[in-house]
Design a protein around this ligand. Structure first.
Ligand code: FAD
Length: 410
């Protein structure tokens, strides 16, 4: 690379959203550089990220359209049923109130669970040999400076990249969003997501559980083999005590919350913890600048949709940029970026607000609130069209669906 290289687009942040977006752009002939601060070998290591993400059917169609699904299929666990329960720790799964069955909406699974490290590996394989995509890592973007007809991005080794558009997909803290003066609104939930992989004796049969306990939701998500990922939302003041328990005591706490229908439980890997917060960027765009993924919005993981929303940003932004490039328009212009913002900002705000409301409603043991939500779950369970509506929303098939998420090439 020369001291001043030129690309159509430079993406700061090659996480799951940034790299997917880079792949989508480059496959359609938009010359793209993706810069990430972390070593690619590190981010696929089992010790880097213990999370497992649920991929909605629309996200899976996008991964198929981008040629990634073949790498992912062996590692993807289909979710066939979701059981929602409003129960205390002692009631566990016996308090099931709502059952989503895949056969109520079609033939396919409700979603697929894939370990984040497998998705990152698939992305690294998927970008191999893609002309027009340059991954620069480990290297940090230190700033972006708007000039006449271009934006200059400076890396931490002093290199400069000139592009028509700079996209920040640099995560929740998004240093570039801050540097561009884009403000956010949001708050901490005073909750911590405790994540661990649990191996169990009996098969899960592709069933996911979401149990609403007083401290917050407790999700058990099926993984390949006789394994499940737990996402245990706990009050942040109490989380360290649970994290410090020895394995037997920790598993005892897990067993209390879930019950014993899977037989003997053991830990398959370390425990992880993530502080939970919500934020929304007040603007998604600036001069020759756009935000995508967690840089634009962070949502409560109650419905496992944060990455799905980020992938939807990537699909919409790729579509807008590629169409503009084909028409010979300036891909960094306000008109082009404005189309992306009006496509995605309201949608993300609506989802963030819904997950926030769900978390408040369900992370609570006050008797009248518990009675109302039990009634609400009963009503949803007994009205088939209402259930189908929720399943449709979660599948990513509602609203103005980007072409990649319909499984079409751009
Ligand atoms: C407990 C938990 C469970 C979750 N479960 C689900 C789920 O089931 N389904 C789902 O859809 N979502 C889920 N999510 C949300 C999901 O994990 C995030 O939405 C997703 O990881 C966001 O991806 P991203 O690429 O936008 O950001 P990140 O993954 O944060 O990536 C940002 C990248 O930017 C890089 N970077 C940062 N600064 C710079 C810089 N200056 N220069 C260069 N690079 C930089 C970083 O190295 C990183 O690689 C969950 C979240 C939590 C906390």
């Amino acid at each position: 690379m020369t001291a001043h290289s030129k690309f159509d687009v430079v993406i700061a942040g090659g996480g799951m959203v940034g790299l997917t977006l880079g792949l989508a752009l480059a496959r359609s002939g938009v010359e793209t550089a993706v810069v990430d601060g972390l070593d690619p070998a590190l981010v696929v290591d089992a010790k880097f990220d213990g999370r497992v993400s649920s991929f909605a059917p629309a996200s899976c169609r996008m991964l198929e359209a981008l040629g990634l699904w073949a790498h992912l299929a062996p590692h993807a666990q289909p979710i066939m049923d979701i059981i929602v329960g409003d129960g205390s720790a002692r009631e566990g799964a016996s308090a099931a109130l709502l059952h989503f069955d895949h056969s109520e909406v079609g033939q396919g699974p409700l979603a697929h669970m894939i370990e984040n490290r497998h998705f990152r590996m698939a992305l690294q394989r998927g970008i191999e040999g893609v002309a027009g995509l340059t991954l620069i890592a480990p290297r940090k973007v230190v700033r972006a400076m708007q000039g006449r007809g271009a934006i200059d991005v400076e890396l931490d080794d002093g290199r400069l990249i000139a592009a028509s558009l700079c996209i920040a997909a640099d995560g929740r803290e998004s240093p570039l969003r801050e540097a561009q003066g884009i403000k956010t609104v949001g708050w901490s939930y005073a909750q911590t997501g405790i994540v661990a992989t649990i191996a169990h004796e009996r098969p899960h049969r592709g069933t996911a559980y979401e149990l609403f306990l007083a401290s917050g939701p407790f999700a058990i998500l099926p993984m390949t083999g006789n394994r499940s990922s737990i996402v245990w939302t706990e009050r942040s003041a109490l989380a360290p005590a649970f994290l410090q328990l020895d394995d037997a005591a920790f598993l005892g706490e897990v067993g209390q919350r879930f019950g014993d229908q899977w037989g003997h439980l053991s830990l398959d890997g370390p425990r992880w913890s993530y502080p939970l917060s919500m934020h929304l960027a007040l603007s998604y765009i600036g001069p020759r600048f756009a935000l995508a993924g967690d840089a634009a919005h962070g949502v409560h993981p109650i419905a496992g949709q944060g990455l799905n929303l980020g992938l939807r940003d990537a699909a919409a932004l790729a579509e807008v940029v590629i169409e503009a490039a084909r028409l010979g328009l300036d891909i960094g212009s306000e008109a082009v970026l404005g189309r992306y913002q009006s496509w995605r900002r309201f949608d993300n705000a609506l989802f963030a607000a819904s997950f926030d409301a769900l978390n408040r409603l369900f992370s609570n043991d006050v008797a009248p609130v518990a009675a109302v939500r039990r009634m609400g779950l009963d009503i949803v369970d007994s009205i088939a069209p209402l259930k189908r509506f929720f399943m449709h929303q979660a599948s990513g098939a509602s609203g103005d669906v980007p072409r990649l998420m319909r499984g079409e090439a751009i």
